[in-house]
Design a protein around this ligand. Sequence first.
Ligand code: GLN
Length: 242
Amino acid sequence: MSDNSLRVVWVYPDLLSTYGDQGNVLVVERRARQRGLDVARLDVRSDQPIPTSGDIYLIGGGEDRPQRLAAERLRRDGGLNRAAENGAILFSVCAGYQILGHEFINDLGQREPGLGLLDVVSVRGEGQRCVGDVLGDVDARLGLPPLTGFENHQGVTHLGPTARAFAQVRFGNGNGTGDGTEGAYNDTVFGTYMHGPVLARNPQIADLLLKLALDVNALPPTDDRWYEALRNERIAAAQQPA
Ligand code: GLN
């Protein structure tokens, strides 16, 4: 952390923020402030350089064309890669997740290079678009409660050897590969298909990002009753037959 404030960077709100992904920024900000931290939030539009000194970077989902534009600009800018090399925490959703991988299929049907920050490759799924509520179990190493989220994507993401699956789905598709994996992570870089916004549905993930940024094992408790009510409702919804 620089000058005692936690720097939270929201990457490209003008291109990447579908299905309420802005909520992820609000949740990280709020939960940090509840723990008495000073937060400097930086909303970095796609015509601005990505600062390299952030602690936590949040990247949302997007439609196919904005996704290509975002990937082009992020590659040209290079700041996100430098931030990751500096050990920053990156948390990405859907289109943002695909962009952090090696490549994805863009809106023109072509292979578009990503940033190579996660060992994943995304292709266009041949079947139906993956849409609906998801319930999964997060990789036990991360010590998190069940994952709840909403997915809406055509892309299918294959994990390479250095990416760990973020979760295994009980309901829903996740990466769409048929093996039940959902999302990917590697050290401090995370990707998920979950909207919702996912951090409002899973505030413990926001806390994990904060703990990684602060390099602490625990945070003071918060009143999570509203979060729990939302979780219970959405977890029940995921288990309803379509
Ligand atoms: N355009 C991508 C896909 O359909 C990502 C969609 C999203 O971010 N919701 O796979």
